[in-house]
Design a protein around this ligand. Structure first.
Ligand SMILES: [Mg+2]
Length: 174
């Protein structure tokens, strides 16, 4: 079986809406996701007039009750019949997220063994045949086939291997 590496935030999990909601609440703003189709999210939200989100993301519970990305669970379960899937999350950035992420995976993917859950720092050590991620910092050093999942913060990246949805992932990999 080919080894498939799948990310959590903004790939399996619909994380951006909560991040945007908290950003707006902290800063008394009302930006919606479409604004960031033409404006780089990280550059914009790092402007000095805005409060940083880092403290909120570091809180226990932030990653616990997020919704799955549309069709992610159904397509994951189909892919699991054909691929050896590892869920790989750079969770060490937020140590309090570890328990939340295990909880989330056990709730939404109850058949996924703990041996297939990989929480790490730098993903450049990860090897496999296919990687689905929303960050170029994770994909760029990967030696296999890459798929960049469209997310609020990556619209401006020009890459030939972008996918916009899990249904598109299904078309490509099944
Ligand atoms: Mg991610």
């Amino acid at each position: 079986m080919k080894k498939l590496i799948i990310d959590m935030d903004d790939v399996l999990v619909d994380t951006s809406p909560k991040i945007l909601k908290i950003f707006n609440a902290l800063n008394n703003t009302s930006f919606d996701a479409t604004f960031f189709q033409k404006t780089d999210f990280y550059t914009f939200t790092a402007l000095p007039q805005f409060q940083t989100l880092h403290t909120k993301l570091s809180e226990a519970g932030f990653f616990r009750n997020l919704e799955p990305n549309e069709h992610s669970i159904e397509v994951f379960n189909k892919l699991a019949l054909k691929y050896d899937i590892f869920v790989v999350s750079a969770a060490m950035e937020f140590p309090n997220s570890l328990e939340d992420k295990v909880y989330w995976l056990q709730k939404h993917l109850p058949d996924l063994s703990w041996k297939k859950m990989v929480f790490c720092g730098d993903k450049s050590i990860v090897k496999g045949d296919v990687m689905i991620d929303d960050h170029m910092k994770n994909l760029s050093g990967f030696e296999g086939e890459k798929l960049l999942m469209t997310a609020m913060h990556n619209h401006l990246l020009d890459v030939p291997y972008r996918v916009h949805s899990w249904l598109q992932v299904q078309e490509i990999l099944l």
